[in-house]
Write a protein that binds this ligand. Structure first.
Ligand SMILES: Cc1cc2nc3c(=O)[nH]c(=O)nc-3n(C[C@H](O)[C@H](O)[C@H](O)COP(=O)(O)OP(=O)(O)OC[C@H]3O[C@@H](n4cnc5c(N)ncnc54)[C@H](O)[C@@H]3O)c2cc1C
Length: 427
């Protein structure tokens, strides 16, 4: 039996603790908050979309970073195992559109309660209000990061975990599983402590970026659209002539710029690019090509031929959008429909099919759903989640350089990597 310390009581830490305890190890979990799973409570708008019931292969297609690394963990502990785990521990679940799985009660708190109970039953000691401040290893005379000559690595023993320090005391242990989450929604406790622990012990941290977040737009052109939600539109992001994202669906104009499903997805794909240099465009009528759209406009013009242009587009566009589109097209809404020129109509079609949006930056970590970047995956064994630099040190969940789209994929990654970390600790 090994002594295992888990740092962090979120999805990854709880599953890691459970899996290690089930293997017969003595497990202590440290959570700095007064309760477990503070982030779980706010997931899925309080309903917690805790996994996505897709086959492993399809699941992995929704991973933005770390697909190859996660393959083993997801095949070993796929969404179906997560569902089984929760059902076996008394939680009724339901599957909604897009294979999204929720607790049948629609209460995220039931997910936390279930996994907390499973941990307690498995014998995990839960230490709340106890922040881990330092990880202790065997003396490492030369920091690994200072070893320049790679041949030296073979003769210098790898440092090994021997314990950790919290604000309340010191604990000896054989293994530490760091599951401290990322940086997003820091009020839930995810303040990046794990990155500091890993860095201190010689690990590389891939730069941290916001993922699944909104975009701040430049200027005031779109301020009047605040609150406008659009369906069936196509958002395209171009970087130096290369399409880096194109998606069809829903989006939203906000007080800062744009958000909603299409924008969240796009943000995770563009967060390592220079946002200001991107060309973003919105196709408001993706179902119609330019010719068909022009015919449709002509029909509306015929119907409203004695009206002002502004009043002739009410069937084509939501009220709030009309003046913005007309201003992009460079036509006055006060103009009478019967004197609109063909050239103006061409410009109107262009504005509808290719509405330009100039982004300034990503929103901040306070609002991002996920942190992209983290502990470099090449320094972690994907089967055991153990560090290749410090023996006995493991990582699980968002602290790793892994992230995925919305739909329950991120929590499943936390569960699967947590399970791999805990379950792989041998006698
Ligand atoms: C608003 C929002 C909605 C989301 N909705 C969904 C969703 O519906 N489905 C989905 O799949 N994903 C969702 N996510 C993403 C998902 O919540 C995370 O990917 C997942 O919870 C990460 O789990 P984790 O255990 O790695 O980290 P976290 O949940 O961040 O847990 C880390 C824990 O470690 C603790 N901790 C940190 N440092 C220390 C320390 N030094 N000592 C002790 N404890 C420490 C923290 O207090 C925290 O409890 C959402 C995220 C947000 C912000």
């Amino acid at each position: 039996m090994k002594k295992v310390c888990v740092v962090g009581g979120g999805a990854a830490g709880l599953m890691a603790a459970y899996a290690a305890a089930k293997k017969g190890h003595r497990v202590t979990l440290f959570e700095k908050n007064e309760k477990l799973g503070k982030k779980i409570y706010i997931t899925g708008k309080g309903r917690c979309n805790f996994t996505n019931d897709a086959p492993a292969e399809e699941f992995l297609q929704n991973v933005v970073r770390g697909e190859k690394f996660l393959k083993g963990a997801i095949y070993t502990f796929p969404p179906q195992k997560t569902i089984e785990f929760f059902e076996n521990n008394g939680l009724s679940v339901k599957t909604e559109r897009g294979n999204r799985v929720f607790p049948a009660s629609d209460h995220a708190s039931d997910v936390t309660k279930t996994i907390e109970k499973a941990c307690k039953n498995a014998g995990v000691e839960l230490r709340l209000n106890e922040k881990v401040v330092n990880l202790i290893t065997t003396p490492n005379i030369i920091p690994m990061s200072d070893i320049i000559d790679s041949s030296m690595k073979d003769i210098i023993p790898m440092p090994r975990i021997v314990g950790l320090k919290t604000e309340k005391g010191e604990y000896a242990c054989d293994y530490i599983i760091v599951a401290t989450g990322g940086l997003s929604y820091p009020t839930t406790g995810s303040t990046g402590d794990g990155y500091a622990f890993a860095k201190e012990l010689g690990h590389n941290i891939i730069p941290l970026k916001c993922g699944l977040c909104g975009l701040n737009l430049t200027g005031n052109t779109y301020k009047s659209l605040q609150g406008l939600s659009l369906k069936n539109v196509c958002l395209t992001v171009n970087n130096g002539g290369k399409v880096v994202y194109s998606g069809f669906g829903e989006m939203l104009f906000t007080h800062f710029g744009i958000s909603g499903p299409l924008v969240l997805t796009a943000s995770s794909l563009i967060n390592r690019l220079a946002i200001k240099n991107l060309t973003i465009s919105l196709d408001l009528k993706p179902a119609l090509d330019e010719q068909t759209l022009d015919k449709r406009i002509l029909r509306d013009f015929e119907k409203y031929k004695n009206k002002k242009l502004f009043n002739a587009l009410v069937e084509l566009l939501p009220q709030k959008l009309i003046s913005v589109v007309l201003s992009i097209a460079g036509i006055s809404g006060e103009k009478s429909v019967n004197i609109v020129t063909k050239e103006e109509r061409v410009n109107l079609v262009k504005a509808l099919k290719n509405m330009p949006l100039k982004a300034e930056s990503l929103r901040g970590f306070e609002e991002a759903i996920i942190t992209s970047g983290g502990i470099e995956l090449s320094e972690v064994n994907p089967k055991t989640m153990e560090s290749k630099k410090v023996s006995g040190l493991k990582f699980a969940g968002e602290v790793l350089d892994v992230d995925a789209f919305t739909g329950g994929f991120n929590m499943q990654i936390a569960f699967a990597t947590g399970f791999a970390a805990g379950n792989s600790i041998k006698e």
